[in-house]
Design a protein around this ligand. Structure first.
Ligand code: ADP
Ligand code: MG
Ligand code: MG
Length: 252
């Protein structure tokens, strides 16, 4: 599904990603961990095509297409979803209307007819049950005054509605409580299928108590320096990152 080869990227002329290699197949959940400032959020942003990040080398192939060649909205149309740490607030635009526009933009990109209101609402009801979101949240302005947990729930609901092929969740150090972590984890687990894949960025091992990743990667200083299974996450919790930093030092 996703093939990242020797990806290099800079911000403000400073190289942050120094050659990332990663392959994600359909059906897989990959966790990306690593110390603060390693480049985890930069990687997520580059994959989503956010401005400010300059790709200086390497390639990213998504379902056979050159992802880096696509505009952010085209990437969404192809099925890439990025949940942000701090979702934007849009006063005056209800969550429901925002989602309807987003869903129909993706459908238009795929040359599908837009959904009429009744069909849209029916799909919404179905997905609401799936991710256990409250109706009241959907009538409110997008993210305005949402608590941390509500934002997370909403993010997962957006993900359910947009039915992405590849979801990228960047769960950073933003004081997520256990409930919010559970919401994210339940969402990822519920929406997991043979046809979809997820990349979950976290530096909380405890998120991985709820999401069982197929692979765990450690990003350090702009490179994936170690990969393993969920046991690697347990080892990191026990021993921290110093041993990995030392391994990298010894190897270079
Ligand atoms: P992580 O998510 O692993 O904590 P980040 O990708 O956020 O790491 O950051 C990696 C490095 O890139 C840090 O040194 C950070 O200061 C720098 N960086 C990230 N985004 C920007 C930006 N928009 N402007 C300047 N520096 C940035
Ligand atoms: Mg950080
Ligand atoms: Mg980050």
């Amino acid at each position: 599904m996703l093939k990242i080869k020797d990806l290099k990227a800079s911000v403000d002329g400073k190289e942050i990603l120094k050659g990332i290699n990663l392959e994600v197949k359909a059906g897989e959940v990959h966790a990306i961990m690593g110390p603060n400032g390693s480049g985890k959020s930069t990687l997520a942003s580059v994959l989503a095509g956010r401005a400010d990040y300059e790709v200086t080398g390497g390639s990213v192939e998504f379902l056979g297409k050159d992802l880096l060649d696509l505009a952010p909205e085209e990437r969404a149309g192809e099925g890439v979803f990025l949940a942000f740490q701090y979702p934007v607030e849009i006063p005056g635009v209800s969550n429901t209307n925002f989602l309807k526009t987003a869903v129909n933009e993706i459908r238009q990109y795929r040359k599908q007819e837009p959904l009429d209101s009744v069909t849209f609402l029916n799909i919404m009801k179905e997905k609401m049950k799936l991710v256990e979101i409250d109706q009241a949240l959907l009538k409110r302005s997008l993210n305005e005054g949402f608590s941390g947990g509500e934002k997370k729930r909403n993010e997962i609901f957006q993900m359910a509605m947009l039915e992405p092929k590849l979801s990228i969740l960047d769960e950073t150090d933003s004081g997520l409580d256990i409930d919010a972590l559970r919401i994210v984890a339940n969402g990822v687990n519920t929406l997991k299928s043979k046809e979809t894949a997820s990349i979950v960025v976290t530096h909380y091992q405890r998120l991985l108590d709820y999401i069982v990743p197929d692979f765990v990667h450690v990003l350090y200083n702009g490179r994936i320096v170690k990969s393993g299974t969920k046991e690697l996450a347990l080892e990191l919790e026990e021993k921290g990152y110093d041993w990995i930093k030392n391994e990298v030092k010894a190897g270079s």
